[in-house]
Design a protein around this ligand. Structure first.
Ligand SMILES: NC(=O)C1=CN([C@@H]2O[C@H](COP(=O)(O)OP(=O)(O)OC[C@H]3O[C@@H](n4cnc5c(N)ncnc54)[C@H](OP(=O)(O)O)[C@@H]3O)[C@@H](O)[C@H]2O)C=CC1
Length: 428
């Protein structure tokens, strides 16, 4: 088959090479061109050429693996021309459709995800992306926030040159920038990084960057719901690097890749990836009421859904049944999964949220006081009232029920349960 030279050139001109920056847009263009090429059933020179011609010889991770995986190459067997024409007919039809309705094979979401994935694998591309990216600063794991014009808070997104000038002003040579970790890509196609400048004087950095470092527990609830996960993820990754500097097998330093998505010990050839502990959280109901518990360490009036860390080898369902049995002495009859959440406290947890039903005939609680201070059944009216409470009760206030904040998965489970109860009341 004849290879179309202009198509080949187009792919090659978009493919990232040394000296040319990788961007979500270039990732998408290459994907689009390859897609059109493959639809036409033609052999693309780029897809079959050695990767080094596209990414350069230095595109390796610290573990030494080649960065780019060769895309599948579809080579058509040249056979009987009539047979070939018949085989190509559906493709021609598809192509004519593509010509009248130009559509991209990758959404911008897909190209952003692929871009981030490339940056994790390609140290050079990641270093280049940092220069154009936005950086969220932390000081000893507290994120830098700025107050907006409307009085809300937002994580301060600094450019690389902003950070460089802050570092220079404070007498640093700029080397801390190498410690930045990649956390994602904004909708504006900008790579996002986090950097902990805990070695520098906190007040001086705050002054130079016009923000304040705020403890994550506070910051998490000051930030809008869309931005809290960003700082939570950044802090978790920075924390992981601070506590995983050495290999557990050899005791030697484990080197990180540029993006900070892994660490590698060349002595033991062990690759370390960031870890989260799995936690099962359940809103238990008997069909009419829901069960909430409180620990002695909770703020006054706060009750939440029951939760517990998954044991090694356990399924989510087994963990929920065990935790509910241990904490309140009930047996779960059925479980339905709701949603999940990354939870940064006290360390990194992967919260899996479920609704659990117990038999209305067996609702007598037997609370394990070593785990919970109290556990109670609440009606839908009590919960509806509690959802209106804006601030925790203060010392001397009459006792009132206070629920976990909106960012917490437990709050989502509680809202879902109220909605479900209202629906079934409406249907009854
Ligand atoms: N986002 C949300 O909506 C909610 C989040 N949560 C979170 O879920 C987590 C678990 O909840 P809960 O069980 O009530 O919390 P606790 O903090 O009471 O933990 C219970 C027990 O688990 C042990 N533990 C701590 N870390 C781990 C780990 N990584 N793996 C195994 N065991 C561990 C603790 O041991 P020791 O202290 O002795 O070391 C403690 O005895 C907490 O981090 C809590 O903040 C809980 C409810 C709702």
């Amino acid at each position: 088959m004849k290879i179309r030279a202009e198509e080949e050139e187009a792919v090659a001109s978009e493919a990232p090479r040394e000296g040319k920056r990788l961007t979500p847009d270039s990732v998408q263009k290459v994907a689009d061109l390859r897609f059109v090429s493959s639809v036409k059933g033609q052999k693309s020179k780029v897809s079959s050429s050695p990767r080094s011609s596209v990414t350069g010889p230095h595109c390796r991770t610290l573990s030494g693996n080649q960065v780019w995986r060769s895309p599948a190459v579809t080579c058509m067997q040249v056979g009987d021309p009539a047979h070939l024409r018949a085989m190509l007919r559906p493709l021609r039809l598809l192509l004519s459709g593509l010509q009248t309705q130009p559509s991209r094979c990758c959404s911008s979401f897909v190209s952003r995800m692929r871009y981030v994935n490339r940056l994790k694998e390609d140290d050079e591309a990641c270093a280049a992306a940092l220069k154009d990216g936005s950086i969220f600063l932390f000081h000893r794991l507290s994120p830098l926030l700025r107050c907006t014009d409307v009085g809300t808070f937002s994580p301060a997104a600094l450019t690389c040159s902003d950070v460089q000038s802050v570092l220079q002003r404070l007498g640093s040579d700029g080397s801390p920038l190498k410690e930045a970790v990649l956390i994602g890509c904004s909708e504006q196609n900008q790579a996002q990084f986090c950097l902990d400048v805990g070695e520098l004087d906190q007040a001086a950095v705050e002054e130079a960057s016009q923000g304040s470092f705020i403890d994550l527990r506070k910051a998490f609830f000051l930030l809008p719901a869309a931005e809290a996960p960003l700082v939570s993820k950044g802090q978790a990754l920075l924390r992981w690097h601070q506590s995983t500097r050495f290999c557990g097998a050899s005791g030697q330093p484990a080197q990180r890749n540029r993006a900070g998505s892994q660490r590698f010990c060349s002595s033991s050839s062990t690759v370390y990836y960031p870890k989260m502990s799995a936690v099962a959280v359940a809103l238990v109901s008997d069909g009419k009421r829901c069960l909430l518990g409180r620990q002695p360490s909770f703020p006054r009036g706060l009750y939440s859904a029951l939760a517990g860390f998954c044991d090694m080898g356990e399924t989510l369902e087994e963990a929920l049944c065990r935790e509910v049995a241990e904490e309140v002495g009930l047996e779960i009859q059925s479980i339905s999964y709701s949603s999940s959440q990354h939870w940064p406290f006290p360390h990194s947890s992967f919260m899996l949220g479920c609704h659990a039903l117990v038999s209305p005939a067996h609702t007598q609680l037997c609370v394990d006081r070593s785990e919970l201070e109290d556990a109670r059944w609440f009606t839908v009216d009590e919960i509806t009232r509690a959802l209106q409470v804006k601030a925790p009760p203060r010392r001397g206030d009459p006792p009132i029920l206070w629920l976990p904040p909106k960012h917490a998965l437990a709050n989502r489970l509680i809202r879902e349960w109220v909605e479900q109860q209202r629906k079934s009341e409406g249907g009854a």
